[in-house]
Design a protein around this ligand. Structure first.
Ligand SMILES: NC(=O)c1ccc[n+]([C@@H]2O[C@H](COP(=O)([O-])OP(=O)(O)OC[C@H]3O[C@@H](n4cnc5c(N)ncnc54)[C@H](O)[C@@H]3O)[C@@H](O)[C@H]2O)c1
Length: 317
């Protein structure tokens, strides 16, 4: 099998590339390194089964010729910054909607019939049902969420028109090796500057579920083997959740920091568009025989360990 990964030099895409190579799959990574890191892909450069194309998904002609000869596309490129849309109202539209349209066009031209897409729990906005199942009405609370649901819709229409099959994964926040953005990243960056205090967005009571990237990738690959509809939409998350203040305590404890003074910005959301309680119903993916190996606490601890050992990354974003 030949797999094409957009965003394959990023946090999740590079972990996926490694896992696919381990199982003998030929991998082409297509990435413009806007947030992707050379250190995440360097070890694969001399692998004959690995090809790197440094280019932009918005460059449609390059994308079309790069994708030729592949069997499946993992579309993991995006503007993955969930907060940025309020300051730059074009970025999610360009990167996540136009980017996805270019990927689908390149698939159509190259006659590639299978796509896996990295969507997000953010598409649920502030859901009334928790744990949140896949089939509830959706009201968007952020441009990032709006762009992800638009991209999902484009994928569904292409599946209908051009006999493609899609796997749309709505993730909670992933953590683990190569994590480069999100709550632990922000906390560790602040604590590196001043280990005596930590300013927390919102009131610290926001409840969130987290998934280890290795569990997430296992779920994606299992679903693509076992689920066979034209459009397969699956939540990926953990059965547990944690509040942000408790997460901050675990981070400080694992950094060996005692008596860090917490302050809170206040309000039930960390930022406009933030979801105060993220907890997905994972019965659909569980019914396929998947369960996570890492608890939320172990996921947090593994992430702190990784970032402590790779603290150069704290300056990368
Ligand atoms: N990290 C999470 O917790 C999480 C949660 C839900 C959904 N997602 C989605 O999963 C995917 C991967 O996220 P991530 O956390 O690995 O983010 P990331 O920023 O580490 O990875 C994105 C990759 O895409 C590349 N990229 C961005 N714009 C590009 C462009 N125009 N052309 C080519 N390459 C481009 C970046 O260089 C980077 O390597 C994204 O689609 C994101 O929205 C992530």
């Amino acid at each position: 099998m030949k797999a094409f990964i957009t965003g394959g030099a990023g946090f999740i895409g590079s972990n996926l590339a490694d896992r696919l190579l381990e199982t003998g799959t030929e991998v082409t990574v297509y990435d413009n390194f806007s947030t992707g890191q050379d250190k995440f892909i360097r070890h694969n450069i001399n692998n004959p089964k690995y090809t790197l194309i440094s280019a932009d998904v918005l460059d449609k002609n390059t994308l079309i010729s790069a994708m030729s000869g592949n069997d499946v596309v993992f579309h993991f490129q995006a503007n993955a910054d969930v907060r940025g849309g309020i300051h730059n109202t074009r970025i999610d539209v360009e990167q996540n909607i136009t980017g996805t349209h270019n990927v689908l066009e390149a698939m159509r031209v190259n006659n590639i019939k299978k796509i896996a897409f990295a969507s997000s729990a953010v598409v649920y906005g502030e859901p009334e049902i928790i744990p949140t199942p896949e089939n509830i009405p959706l009201i968007q609370t952020s441009l990032y969420g709006a762009s992800k649901i638009s991209a999902e819709s484009l994928i569904q229409a292409y599946c209908e028109y051009f006999d493609m099959k899609s796997y749309i994964f709505r993730f909670v926040s992933f953590m683990g090796p190569r994590y480069t953005h999100g709550v632990i990243f922000d906390f560790m960056k602040k604590l590196k500057e001043d280990p005596t205090k930590l300013h927390i967005l919102g009131d610290g009571k926001q409840r969130k579920s987290y998934l280890h990237v290795s569990d997430g990738i296992s779920a994606i690959l299992l679903a693509m083997k076992k689920s066979d509809k034209k459009t397969n939409i699956l939540n990926l998350g953990n059965s547990e959740w944690i509040n942000v203040t408790d997460l901050a305590y675990i981070v400080c404890e694992n950094l060996g920091l005692k008596k860090v003074k917490f302050s809170f910005a206040g309000g039930i959301r960390g930022w406009k568009g933030d979801t105060p309680f993220v907890h997905l119903d994972i019965s659909k993916i569980s019914a396929l025989g998947w369960k996570p190996d890492y608890s939320v606490k172990d996921t947090i601890i593994d992430t702190v360990k990784y970032l402590s050992e790779n603290d150069d990354l704290l300056g990368a974003r």
